[in-house]
Design a protein around this ligand. Structure first.
Ligand SMILES: C[S@@+](CC[C@H](N)C(=O)[O-])C[C@H]1O[C@@H](n2cnc3c(N)ncnc32)[C@H](O)[C@@H]1O
Length: 237
């Protein structure tokens, strides 16, 4: 991604983190359901505690820090482009007593800078900003960084056998008709961001890329045509 595009892709969140918080509070993107399913998945990994966690596009880390607070955490590392988001993430992680390290930059590049491996890799609503070849490479890098027996949780928007144009038309229509807690000017800002910077993958193709990278892929059951959760596991040694 060119640098100017990287800056713009994150601007909605940097300048208007409160809009995203309203979206979460209203559960428009199903954060609540995904957090519950994430908790169940984390419990199944109990034998790996204390966890080493990598969060890609961590944003303010609000939900993940609450989720992780009931587990033993060896380290939490969060990558994000936005300094504003990372400042909020520091506060949220500290208030949940989680030892953390935060790095500002493109997650797809920062992955190359760590020599650690992780029990849990988590990425929520960030991968859709990458282009298709970027997503494929990203999956391969994440497989390398995941410990044997570990889990990569992906929460994101995906297309379900429709074109990008149809996806965007339908998603925007849903915002206009259902996201009624937001005033029109805030809806317009979100729609502008979607039109310019969102590239959700076709879910079937994305799952094939994940399998090619080496993962075993499970799809969490959530009845929604846009927001999905994938559980990508790596066989134990
Ligand atoms: C919709 S927010 C999600 C935040 C958080 N993960 C959550 O689910 O609440 C997307 C976040 O991804 C970040 N982001 C987008 N593209 C990124 C990239 N290439 N590298 C790192 N962060 C990125 C944005 O700055 C933003 O904080």
């Amino acid at each position: 991604m060119p640098q100017t595009m990287v800056q713009s892709a994150t601007q909605l969140f940097t300048d208007n983190w409160k809009i995203y918080q309203k979206i979460i509070n209203q559960n428009y993107m199903l954060h609540r359901e995904f957090a519950a399913k994430g908790n169940t998945a984390f419990k199944k990994l109990k034998s790996l505690e204390p966890f080493n966690v990598l969060d890609l596009g961590c944003g303010d880390a609000q939900l993940i820090s609450e989720q992780l607070s009931v587990f033993e955490i060896d380290s939490y590392i969060g990558y994000d482009l936005s300094a504003t988001a990372l400042a909020l993430a520091s506060k949220n992680l500290e208030s949940n007593n989680i030892a953390y390290e935060l790095c500002q930059g493109a997650m797809e590049m920062l992955l190359d800078t760590t020599t650690s491996s992780f029990d849990i890799i988590h990425s929520s609503f960030a991968i859709h900003h990458l282009g298709d070849s970027g997503k494929k490479t990203f999956l391969k890098k994440c497989f390398q960084k995941l410990s044997p027996g570990g889990l990569f949780i992906i929460i994101d928007v995906f297309r379900d056998a429709v074109s990008l144009e149809t996806y965007k038309r339908d998603y925007i229509s849903r915002i206009r008709s259902h996201w009624n807690y937001l005033p029109d000017n805030e809806k317009d800002m979100i729609i502008d961001h979607i039109l310019r910077y969102d590239y959700p993958a076709d879910i079937s193709i994305f799952k094939l890329w994940a399998k090619e990278a080496g993962f075993t892929v499970t799809t969490a059951t959530v009845k929604d045509s846009f927001h999905k959760m994938l559980l990508l596991s790596k066989a134990a040694n």
